[in-house]
Design a protein around this ligand. Structure first.
Ligand SMILES: Cc1ncc(COP(=O)(O)O)c(C=O)c1O
Length: 343
């Protein structure tokens, strides 16, 4: 995305071999979106990068009609490792296996590593994980205990963990996974599935950490509109925690995203320098979206309400979307995505 070098799908990396920056997936222009017969994750395979995919389960999650006028909730906590991350991990690990890698590495705030560890084990691939020492200890136990991943705590934040993962992938020849292009393609299914169920919606609210979900959502909506699969473009609203808001600051100031200190209990979205931040802002401006913030207290209130009203266990970062819904004067139909349930 920096030097504009092009590679075909056999290039076995998600980072440019020339300038080390992010790669993006570009499809054939004639490749238009159309709704499949069934609304399942693998029903969208023809819109994924080419690969001989193994169809492990993820996605196909429900939308529930909330007890409030016009509010719909897409519940991602029923994914195999209880977050939307499984969608992107399936694409990444399939590609790693196709390229013949025996080890993958990622940096994570917790959920991504849990998901990567889960799927790499299914493929018989080793997983190495770098995680901030301030990360959620229960998530660390899930990653280590249930899925045998090799986990290293990094003295720093998520961005420091990311640097450690990149260094490891270069030194050890492990496939670098995480918030990169193949994951973004998988996360787009959150939008495909939602639009399949709702057909039209005025607002879609998504929690933001590294901004891969948000960038994928914006690209998916743009693609569906260009393909005439949707009549109007919903307003896409990204939500950050008040204590971790680099995207919000950049969106407001018009300056590129810069690294910020993070301080929030919503560990899943405690990211100070979002990888797909600038890309998200460019698309938000193009499609008329917005970035907002919510406090830890607001997320805690929504977590409690969700448990009491619907019996759904969601984590703080996962309910940032409903917390934001309360702050906005939402006209019409709103979809809030509950992204994760690893409490
Ligand atoms: C539960 C949950 N919600 C939201 C996010 C943010 O997603 P992204 O990093 O793609 O912005 C994450 C990322 O770890 C997450 O685990």
């Amino acid at each position: 995305m920096r030097c504009r070098e092009k590679y075909d799908g056999s290039f076995a990396s998600q980072i440019c071999g020339k300038c080390d920056s992010l790669l993006n997936v570009i499809y054939d222009e004639k490749h238009r979106f159309s709704y499949p017969k069934e609304n399942l994750f693998w029903s969208y395979e023809k819109f994924f990068p080419e690969c001989d995919y193994k169809h492990f389960k993820a996605g196909g999650t429900n939308i529930i009609i909330a007890d409030e006028d016009g509010l719909y909730l897409k519940v991602e906590t029923t994914n195999p490792t209880r977050s939307f991350k499984d969608r992107g991990s399936l694409i990444e690990i399939n590609k790693a296996a196709e390229y013949g890698y025996r080890e993958v590495v990622c940096a994570s705030t917790g959920n991504m590593a849990y998901s990567i560890a889960h799927f790499s084990k299914k493929f018989g691939i080793k997983a190495k994980v770098f995680i901030s020492k301030n990360a959620n200890k229960d998530k660390e136990m899930l990653i280590r205990g249930t899925h045998d991943a090799d986990l290293t705590e990094v003295n720093g934040d998520f961005t420091d963990a990311q640097s450690a993962a990149i260094k490891y992938s270069k030194e050890k020849g492990a496939f670098l996974t995480g918030d990169y292009c193949y994951r973004k393609e998988g996360q787009k299914t959150v939008i495909y599935e939602s639009m399949y169920d709702l057909r039209s919606v005025d607002n879609i609210i998504l929690p933001v950490g590294n901004s891969t979900l948000l960038a994928g959502a914006l690209e998916a909506i743009k693609y569906m509109k260009q393909s005439n699969a949707i009549k109007s473009v919903p307003k896409i609203i990204g939500v950050e925690a008040e204590g971790a808001k680099p995207l919000f600051e950049a969106f407001k100031s018009g300056r590129p995203v810069s690294r910020e200190k993070v301080n929030t209990k919503a560990d899943a979205i405690a990211v100070g320098f979002p990888t797909f931040g600038d890309e998200s802002i460019r698309l938000l401006k193009e499609l008329g979206g917005e970035v907002v913030t919510v406090t830890d207290k607001e997320m805690e209130n929504e977590q409690e309400k969700l448990r009491k009203m619907y019996g759904i266990e969601a984590e703080l970062g996962g309910v940032a979307s409903i917390a934001a819904y309360r702050r906005l004067s939402n006209e019409g139909k709103t979809l809030a995505v509950i992204t994760g349930g690893n409490v």
